[in-house]
Each structure stands twice: as structure tokens, then as C-alpha cells.
Design a protein around this ligand. Sequence first.
Ligand code: AMP
Ligand code: MG
Length: 518
Amino acid sequence: MENLSTKTFKNEFVTTFDGDNSGNLQPRQTPGVLYSKATPTHVKAPELLAWSDKLAAELHISQPNEKDVSILGGNLVTPSMQPYAACYAGHQFGNWAGQLGDGRAITLGEWTSENESTYELQLKGAGPTPYSRRGDGRAVLRSSVREYLMSEAMFFLGVPTTRALALVSTGDQVMRDLFYDGRSAYEKGAIVMRTAPSFLRFGNFEMLAARQETSQLQKLTSWTIDKFSPHLTGENKTIAWFEEIVEKTATLMVDWIRVGFVHGVMNTDNMSILGLTIDYGPFSFLDQYDPEFTPNTTDLPGRRYAYGRQPSIGYWNLGCLASAIAPLIEDTSELSVALEKYKTIYFDKYHIMMAGKLGLDEFRKNDQVLIEDVEKTLTMLKADFTIFYQLLMTLPLTEASEEAVTAHFSPSFYDIPDRASQQSLHKITNSYIQRIKENQISPEVSQEIMRTSNPRFILRNYLLHQAIQELEKGEQNLFLKLQEAIKNPYAKDQDEFFKLRPEWANDQPGSSTLSCSS
Ligand code: AMP
Ligand code: MG
């Protein structure tokens, strides 16, 4: 175990690639470089609000002392750290947005754990960088609590994600226009220290391609392959690497669909090259099932990033990455072939995942109909996605009347279901019971598959909203409870928060709808 303040950090990214080492924090274009040196700007009074014991234990990081908290607040940079902001670009809402970069995230260095794996330690909200554009480089408590809790919650759900090690309040005030209506107000500032083996995004590669900096693009690609996919060798390794990203992205989308996660801003600058969930902003879990649901108010016109569209957006984003690395590939038709595999990979994984949610022994071709019918019925009912699947686990496996079936699932309903949806529900439960009887596994095994596929606890937006409101008043009660609840999302005794979203939260900004203001 070592302290943040005494550790010797590595700086492989900075020492490998060209950067702007002037230290100038003025917003600007930075052609020819992959990063700019950026030192965190001091904050008034950093105070530790949360520390992820589990992550710290994994990385062998000691409980933070006063000096460590200074690091977490951006007030101390130790001699072995070479802090920087990465330069990347991206497609936002389908349009090329040019250079973006880390506008408020600063990587301090790379932490080496005992098994020699390295993790970037990054402060989000640490002050301006050359990529801050018109932003202040800061983050508010509200959005920092959301990122801290949600990235850890996703980890415990078994979804690939960046992690959060610590949350500190800065003691500074940050001005934000929450509703984008000109009514700005001060909010408490905060910083999350987040970690990942790498924060590289599709956008890092798009940036170099757009600038036609092909030798840098080649270097970044080779380095990424050697570091994160060292098993790939030979002539065709760039294609093989792209295939891995296709696979990882498909896996991630299936996981999001499984747990009901909606990212909200699936721009290519928010797509991890390692297939991690990255950049927690206006995200939400589904309460009631609705493939068209988007939590992001900016996304409301087109619902591009709605829950049910995420898998196809994953494909679209991979297309952008393919175009970016095309200059490195002699026969680009191989790239198209690799990209087109996405659909098959996605659906294969999706079918297996859905079989798991339903407790089936395997996915059989005919199960496609059952899965589609379940989803159609859920859409009609607008039932609570999480509660519905928990109730499916306790459904008596003998045919029952329509009334009995409706009654069984009623704890998952926000509204009284109409006749058509009740009939549909009755019909699918009958088919479901028939199918379960054909299982070649024991009921106990089937139950166990369902239990591990269907979370009982999800970090609903209204809970985050409540915890944040309390924290802003200096109360930690719910925040502490949620930190514990996220650790066991599949536990059978997760009952305290096992309920429908309360009515007060239906149209509550910051709960059911979120802006990008963070
Ligand atoms: P996002 O949509 O949150 O992924 O952010 C898009 C871009 O805006 C990224 O380059 C961010 O670093 C940048 N950005 C967001 N908020 C701020 C802020 N408060 N100050 C500076 N840059 C920001
Ligand atoms: Mg981002």
C-alpha cells in the first residue's frame, strides 16, 4: 500500500507522445500534439467527501492523509507527476465538432499497482486547460456526486466502466445555468478523481485523422495495441484490434441494455477505446420501460441517444473510428467487413443476455419471438423495468388467470394497465411458462441465472437527486446509504430502495430530465 503523495508515478503517455509543454492554459487549437501540459488550478479548501475503499484496495492505495487530499483537490502536484490534458475531437449529435479535448479533466500520472497494471489517475473539475473553450474547467457537486456514485455502481453491476477513487468538495463556488435559460446561480464546486487503464476515446484517433497527422495516428494506434492488446501481433493487427473494439463496444451496449442504463451523450468523444462506460453526464437508469427514453434535455428533439437506440449509435460511432484509422489500412474493405460484424456480434450477445434475464437455459431460435413479445408488452405497460424482472423471478410457473397475472406484476406498474396490455401480459406469461418447462437446467440454476442477470438495486436518478439535495445542506445520510447499496446490486435483500420512482420525481429537473450543465 502506498500514499498518493509518496508514490512515484509513471508518465508513459506524456513521455511517448508529442505534447505542448508550454504550460499555457489559454484556450486554443493545438495542432501537432496529443496533449498539453496543464497544472490543476488551486482551490480554496478541499475536503474529502467520499473515498472508494474497494478501488483503493484493488490499486493498493493507502487511505488519504492531508497531503493526499491536497492532491485530490488539485492543490498539490508531486515531483513525479506530469499533469496534462489530452487533445481529442469528436462527432457530437452526429456532427463533426472538431477539437474538443479534456476541458476540465487533468491526468496527474499513471499509478502502477502491485501486479504491474497501470491506471491513469485523473482529476475532473481541476480547472482550465487549453481545451476548456468557453468553460471554466470546473465541475459542480451535483454532477460530481453523480459521476462518483454511478461509475462505482456500474462497476458493481459488472458493467465495464471507468472508476472513481475519490470525491472532494473544493470550497469554491461555481456559476452554472442549470436550465440553460439565463438564470445562472452559484453551486458548490467539487472534483472527482477517476481512474482507468486509459481514458483514450474514439475522438483521440479522429483528431489525428482530421489533421492528417498520419504518422502520429500510426504511433498512437501501435502504442495502444501494444499496451492494451499485447496478444495481437503480425501484419493485420490493426484490423484485429479494431475487431476487438467492435466486440467490446457490442458487449458494453448489451450490458447497458441489460441493466437499463441510458448514457445520454454518446458522442464519439465519449466512447472509450477500451469499451468502458466513460463520461457520466446526463445519464439515467430506466424507471418505466421505454425504448424512446432519453434523460438528456439537449437530446429531446431527435432522441438520438435514447435507451433503445444506443446499440445502433454504438455502430455509428464505430464507423467514425473506422474512418479515422482507415489511412493506416491498405485494404479498407477489411475495415468494413470488421465493422459489419458488429450486428451479428451484438445480436448474439444480446440473445444470450436476454436468455439470462428470462432464466432460459440457452437461446433457441424460437426464443426470439418470446423476447420481442416481452419487450412489446413492457412498452405497452410502461412497467418499471427493474421491478418487472424481479417479479418475473417469483412468477408461479403454473398457468394462471389474467387477473392473477396482472396482480402479480402490479408492483411494477406506474399506471393501471389497459385491457390490451393485460391480455398481452397474460399471453406472454403463458408462453414464458411453457418455455421455462423446456429448460434443460434445474429451476434453481435458472433462478440463479436470473438473479445474476437482473439487478434488484439500481441507482435511480431520483435517489441521486435526493442525496445531492441533502449533501448541499451538509447531510450525508442518503449519500452514505447509497455508497453501500451500490456494492450489492444483485443481493436478494436489497429492499430499502426496491420501489417505484415516487410521484414527486416524475417531472423533477435533475431527476427525470437532466441538462448537460455540470
Ligand atoms: P461532455 O459532453 O461532458 O463530454 O463535454 C464535451 C466537451 O466539453 C469536453 O471537451 C469537455 O471537457 C468540455 N467541457 C464540459 N464542461 C466543461 C467545463 N465546465 N469547462 C471546460 N470544459 C468543459
Ligand atoms: Mg466528454
